[in-house]
Design a protein around this ligand. Structure first.
Ligand code: SF4
Ligand code: SF4
Ligand code: SF4
Ligand code: FES
Length: 588
């Protein structure tokens, strides 16, 4: 690799010739502020906050796009640089709704942090504000144009997902960010993956908040609140309380949720184990009876919307299984209600999810029973739960370790835990399907070829009792698009089973997870850090295969009957429909 030597603030550094000044400065231990730059997502040179002075150059240069060169001498902290950055920040703030105290990003806003670091005390460019839109029509995402700084990170994140719902609209002072035709997110072909929210440095994009509904239900003595939490939440929520990335906080998470005052506390991992039983049996039925193959997983609602909008011809390939929290919600309002003698009409089911798309998923008409009862009444993101914990004054980091309530639906296995990482659903399914096909308790069940984030598409091939099983795993809708295109074009091998997750890295990096500052993302791969926490929990579980979950076996024996049977279908399975991308009427 060819290297380049340069000096940054008097520090000599040798870096690969492909580096930018920003990357070289990072290596030299010099921090250059950024706003529009987001590693691996957006390199636009748009905000001009990262300006630096380069000796012998005529103008200041944007460090995020400026390539290094031999002998370059860079000053990142000269009076000229500081004054220019300060003016740039003031200009950005002059067209910004500076509503910090009541803003959802108060305390973790990258613009607020910079305004603090650069001691902005007044805005000298006061004047007219550009026109803006406030859009809270969808179930998942709120767009507040008055806080948008037009950095383009959301546009790049959506493009990286190969969706392209968001773009720059209009020109000059009237420039804004939104879907084509300036329609609401509710009317756009958005999959609600929330990757735009994760990319946004400020409070211009956020989840539709529902925590007040949960507080109301907890306070209402006529309501019985049952809360469940998805596996990926435990790998990230600690970040909201200052713990290092990738800290597994399962015990503290359950202790905190219990202290909020809910009536019953379960782990969605139970639903994940159940999904494996239902999905595994569905796969075996399709293999044995000539059903549609490859079968494709259905736990990621972002992926499901992507399929319904952009690849409807693959709808028959989708597993008919509901996602784990929807299965668990349906059972809470049926099995749990019956066994506990509680009127299901009084039960409020709350799912804590790493995902913004699950808010819309819970509202699907297929996810309610004939009495109009929803499987899941409220979906909170990891961030919303963290805010509730703070609001309740709970000292998260000093909580003791606790677990879910261990009656009826409390047990879970390591296979359920790894659902939160890309490849986890596939590995969990293989652990069960392999045992069934081989008719024994196989001692080797870690399928490491489907783990990891280095490749967007992973493959594995195995022979089980003489049957060839070829599987693929795709994470992010961009990778899903590549995989589906290769199947459509006939260039892909003949797969039996495919796992697709809408978000890059899987649910651990879902749109409802804590936002990581762009500066931190320069040094870490957050997908791998969080996944490690889940694989660690898998290894400490007494059972690591879903079919060894004793409470699930009892559920079938006492209530559901057979996997994929009549009642299981009624409660645990669903269907999908093609969606129109932009109805012609919108363009008129
Ligand atoms: S986006 Fe940031 S700077 Fe703007 S109001 Fe919210 S916290 Fe304040
Ligand atoms: S939620 Fe996903 S699909 Fe929708 S605009 Fe954001 S990034 Fe694009
Ligand atoms: S919505 Fe957020 S990410 Fe998108 S351009 Fe505005 S400030 Fe940047
Ligand atoms: S121009 Fe470099 S971070 Fe925005």
């Amino acid at each position: 690799m060819s290297m380049v030597n340069l000096t940054i603030d008097g520090v000599s550094v040798s870096v690969p010739a492909t580096y930018t000044v920003l990357e070289a400065a990072r290596k030299a231990g010099v921090k250059i502020p950024t706003l529009c730059y987001l590693k691996g997502v957006n390199v636009a040179g748009a905000c001009r906050v990262c300006l630096v002075e380069i000796e012998k150059a005529r103008a200041l240069a944007a460090a995020c796009v400026m390539p290094v060169s031999e002998g370059m001498v860079v000053h990142t902290n000269s009076p000229k640089v500081r004054a220019t950055r300060k003016s740039t920040l003031e200009m950005i703030l002059s067209d910004h709704n500076r509503d910090c105290l009541s803003c959802i990003r108060n305390r973790n806003c990258e613009l607020q942090t910079l305004a603090d670091e650069y001691s902005i005390r007044k805005i000298t460019f006061e004047g007219e504000k550009s026109p803006s839109v406030y859009d809270d029509k969808s179930f998942s995402i709120v767009r507040d144009g008055s806080k948008c700084i037009k950095c383009g990170r959301c546009v790049a994140a959506c493009n990286k997902q190969s969706i392209g719902v968001l773009s720059f609209l209009n020109r000059g002072f009237s420039t804004s960010i939104g879907p084509a035709y300036d329609v609401s997110m509710a009317d756009a072909p958005c999959i609600y993956c929330g990757q735009c929210i994760i990319a946004c440095p400020v409070g211009a994009l956020h989840e539709k908040e529902e925590s007040e509904k949960v507080w109301d239900a907890i306070q209402d003595p006529t309501k019985h609140v049952v809360m469940q939490v998805a596996p990926a939440v435990r790998a990230a929520i600690g970040e909201e309380f200052g713990l290092p990335y990738g800290t597994r906080v399962t015990g503290k998470l359950f202790a905190a949720m219990r202290r909020l005052g809910v009536d019953k506390l379960y782990d969605t991992n139970f639903g994940a184990d159940l999904t494996i039983i239902e999905e595994g049996n569905e796969l075996l039925n399709r293999i044995n009876n000539g059903g549609v193959l490859p079968m494709i997983t259905s736990c990621s609602p972002g992926w499901i919307r992507f399929c319904e909008f952009y690849y409807p011809e693959f709808i028959p390939n989708l597993s008919s299984c509901k996602s784990p929290h929807q299965m668990e919600g349906a059972l809470i309002k049926s099995y749990y209600a019956e066994k506990k003698g509680i009127d299901p009409q009084t039960i409020v089911t709350v799912s804590v999810m790493p995902c913004t798309s699950k808010k819309t998923e819970a509202s699907r008409e297929q996810h309610q029973n004939t009495d109009g009862l929803r499987d899941v009444d409220i979906v909170l993101t990891t961030r919303e739960l963290a805010r509730m914990i703070r609001e309740a004054g709970i000292d998260f980091c000093n909580l003791p370790d606790e677990g879910p309530d261990m009656d009826l639906m409390g047990e879970y296995t390591g296979a359920g835990v790894i659902f939160g990482a890309t490849g986890g659903v596939m590995e969990a399914a293989l652990r069960t399907v392999a045992d069934i096909l081989e008719d024994k308790d196989l001692p080797t069940f870690e399928y490491k070829s489907v783990r990891g984030v280095a490749a967007g598409i992973k493959e594995a091939e195995l022979t089980l009792n003489g049957k060839q099983i070829r599987v693929a795993v795709a994470h992010s809708t961009a990778s899903a698009r590549k995989l589906l295109d290769s199947i459509r074009e006939g260039t892909a091998p003949s797969y039996t089973f495919i796992e697709i997750m809408g978000c890059d890295g899987g649910c651990v990096c879902g749109g409802g997870q804590p936002q990581v500052p762009a500066q931190d993302l320069m040094d870490i791969d957050i997908r791998a850090e969080r996944a490690k926490a889940l694989y660690e929990e898998d290894t400490v579980m007494p059972e690591r295969k879903s079919h060894k979950n004793a409470e699930i076996m009892k559920l079938y024996k006492d209530y559901l009957g057979e996997p994929n049977g009549h009642l299981a279908h009624e409660l645990l399975h669903t269907h999908y429909s093609p969606r129109e991308i932009y109805p012609d009427s919108l363009a008129e």
